[in-house]
Write a protein that binds this ligand. Structure first.
Ligand code: SF4
Ligand code: SF4
Ligand code: SF4
Length: 396
């Protein structure tokens, strides 16, 4: 069984197929400091892709409150429990097992074409019960941490009581669990954009993808008799547009684009800048070993230890960098401009620049598709206006 290089865990690992990176990789960055759990993204996907028979329980895009929310129920606790001890070395190399390594399978002797690879315990995985899919919003807004007096001013950046919203779509993983476990090779990764798709004609309802995807983003359709998953909105992506759940995001927390491996990072590409240059956006549970391609800017008010388990090394630095951009520090001016650009256009921004007073986004042809001011125009009026002899309550 081939050995592949996973840059997110800083080492080689085992995977059922040889390394074959696509020409370009569909990628995304979500800023968790801005999500308000309005679920507009969830509904925009639902009304576009999953409103048919047999899809009632499907939320290809979902938003769950952390730490207590999860859809399906308890998905991340279930998979982390099966992974064993998850330690990272001080050099940023992951020393624990990935889902491919946790069960000590001799992959030389095993092929994904054998039936029931996942069920036989080759991949660290589990199958959610029907009831686990039934409560997509369980745990919403439930906080963790220490209670404090209602009128207490919260000092410091981390809050004693906290929760945050985690929006999730398929990660269109580089080493996809769904594709790596399908016994009939019905799941494939497109060479042109890295989007992972299920060929519904070839799917033979083995459900290994539902079991093996640790993020639980492949879901079985009982009515059609095959598995289905987020398609990355490929018809829009092919036209240079952003996916439906990105375009409709009310909080403007989402940026779609191409993500390169670190050695090929292009600092003018917004996703590469956030992931590789500023290192402010981190992958979700990189220790699972899938090289997921949705990255998250961690919420700055949440304790580091929880975020470290979820996003791996680099959490503290990412939070500090984000704070500096928020505070308008000169060294993070470019990042601040890019954060302003997020969610500002339905077109995919492939290149960006920050000038003295604007952040500008360009499409693949160099056409300007977004332009936002570095500072919002602001007018301040006097509290007492002599001309009309009146006080104002609202002075901005
Ligand atoms: S998130 Fe799951 S369904 Fe999506 S590509 Fe990765 S393993 Fe497959
Ligand atoms: S990218 Fe498209 S298919 Fe995937 S969750 Fe978003 S709207 Fe749904
Ligand atoms: S639309 Fe945006 S802000 Fe609203 S829940 Fe979805 S990701 Fe969060």
């Amino acid at each position: 069984m081939p050995t592949v290089y996973n840059w997110q865990i800083g080492r080689e690992m085992e995977y059922p197929y040889a390394e074959n990176r696509p020409d370009r990789q569909w990628g995304a960055v979500f800023d968790l400091n801005k999500c308000i759990a309005c679920q507009t993204c969830t509904l925009s996907c639902k009304t576009t892709w999953t409103h048919g028979e047999g899809q009632e329980h499907m939320f290809w895009n979902n938003v769950e409150s952390k730490p207590y929310g999860a859809h399906p129920l308890g998905w991340d606790q279930e998979i982390l429990d099966r992974l064993g001890v998850q330690e990272w070395g001080s050099d940023g190399v992951y020393d624990g097992d990935t889902i491919w390594e946790a069960n000590d399978v001799d992959w030389e002797e095993t092929s994904p074409t054998e039936e029931h690879v996942a069920n036989e315990g080759h991949v660290a995985s589990y199958m959610p019960d029907d009831a686990d899919w039934a409560h997509p919003n369980l745990g919403e807004d439930e906080p963790a941490g220490e209670a404090f007096a209602g009128d207490t001013h919260i000092e410091g950046e981390e809050h004693p009581m906290w929760f945050f919203y985690l929006p999730r779509v398929c990660n269109h993983c580089t080493y996809a669990g769904c594709a790596g476990s399908c016994p009939v090779q019905a799941i494939y990764k497109r060479q042109e954009d890295g989007i992972v798709l299920i060929d519904e004609e070839s799917c033979q309802a083995q459900l290994q993808c539902v079991q093996a995807c640790p993020y639980k983003k492949s879901v079985f359709n009982q009515a059609k008799g095959n598995s289905q998953k987020c398609v990355g909105c490929y018809p829009k992506v092919e036209q240079g547009l952003v996916p439906q759940c990105f375009e409709n995001c009310l909080g403007k927390i989402r940026q779609h684009g191409w993500v390169n491996p670190p050695e090929e990072a292009d600092p003018t590409n917004p996703i590469d800048y956030l992931v590789h240059e500023a290192e402010v956006a981190l992958p979700l549970y990189p220790q699972l070993g899938l090289e997921p391609n949705v990255y998250y800017i961690p919420p700055i008010n949440v304790p580091d230890d929880y975020l470290f388990q979820m996003f791996g090394p680099g959490v503290e630095e990412a939070k500090e960098t984000y704070r500096r951009a928020r505070d308008g520090r000169a060294d993070q001016r470019k990042l601040r401009g890019l954060l302003h650009l997020m969610g500002s256009t339905e077109w995919r921004i492939e290149e960006f620049e920050v000038t003295e007073d604007q952040a500008i986004g360009y499409d693949a042809d160099g056409r300007t598709v977004a332009k936002v001011p570095m500072e919002e125009p602001r007018a301040e009026r006097p509290k007492f206006e002599q001309g009309v002899d009146a006080y104002r309550l609202d002075v901005t």
